[in-house]
Ligand binder design. Structure first.
Ligand code: Z5A
Length: 221
């Protein structure tokens, strides 16, 4: 029986490309299932709704005759995020489901704020006016150097518009991630440079500890 019922929570996996977010999302879902949580929604950002997936295509596509401006890029990312929050995440949480997302607002703070150098105050006011106080309950940030992350994804062959950015861009994104993680206790840092099995172990430790602290004890079977 459940020792304590709690309502749905919003967990986010963050990190540079190649950090291992896809595997981590599945590891988190497995741990939640082992705790008796079966209604789990796993969206990705940008994306996760029909409209947001269309925006994702536009965001990732490079159109040389009409380069995407930084402002248009951030507005499209937020348009996709608002669609996802209002049409998928909030309804899921309201029915008691858990949401495990691949990227969320921290990505915008790191990529557009750090990578593109967009004004932090403007970014904060955009976020606050569009999302209000809506935030993840827990973020697992998978830390990896840009060099190692890019090396892992290189085997895919083709790169989208953002993946074509310079190493200097990804270094700024990484630096901003580290700064944001240091200032927010709801973000747990995982060493994603380790072999996959060790990364999964670290995720398990952090998540189990957080579930215990949140008052959720493993289902007794
Ligand atoms: N973006 C943005 O700029 N602003 C925003 O607000 C948001 C997003 C929300 C989304 O693209 C792009 O949008 C992203 C940021 C930007 N762009 N860039 N560049 P995406 O969804 O296509 O890409 P991604 O989110 O970065 O996913 P990814 O590249 O697939 O990374 P990943 O999911 O973290 O990696 P993975 O697929 O789990 O692993 C990659 C490979 O590494 C794979 O072969 C694994 O088997 C291997 N791997 C993973 N972990 C390990 C370990 N520990 N050891 C060895 N090998 C490993």
């Amino acid at each position: 029986m459940h020792s304590k019922m709690i309502t749905g929570k919003f967990i986010v996996i963050e990190g540079l490309e190649g950090a291992g977010k896809t595997t981590a999302r599945e590891t988190v879902a497995q741990i939640l299932r082992a705790h008796g949580i079966s209604d789990i929604v796993q969206p990705r950002e940008p994306g996760g709704t029909p409209v947001a997936e269309k925006l994702r295509e536009l965001i990732k596509q490079r159109i040389d005759s009409d380069p995407l401006t930084d402002k248009a890029e951030i507005l499209m990312l937020y348009a996709a995020r608002v669609q996802l929050i209002e049409n998928v995440i909030k309804p899921a949480l309201a029915r008691g489901a858990w949401v495990v997302g691949d990227r969320h607002d921290l990505s915008s703070q790191a990529y557009q704020g750090g990578g593109r150098g967009m004004d932090s105050k403007w970014m904060a006011s955009l976020r606050d006016s569009l999302l209000g106080s809506f935030r993840p309950d827990l973020t697992l940030y998978l830390d990896i150097s840009p060099e190692q992350g890019l090396e892992r994804v290189r085997s895919r062959g083709s790169f989208d518009r953002i993946e074509q950015e310079s190493l200097a861009f990804f270094t700024r994104v990484h630096e901003r991630y580290l700064k944001l993680v240091a200032g927010d206790s709801s973000i747990k840092m995982i060493n994603a440079a380790q072999p996959l099995a060790q990364v999964s172990d670290e995720i398990q430790r952090e998540l189990k500890q957080w579930l215990e602290m949140s008052g959720f004890e493993k289902k007794n079977v």
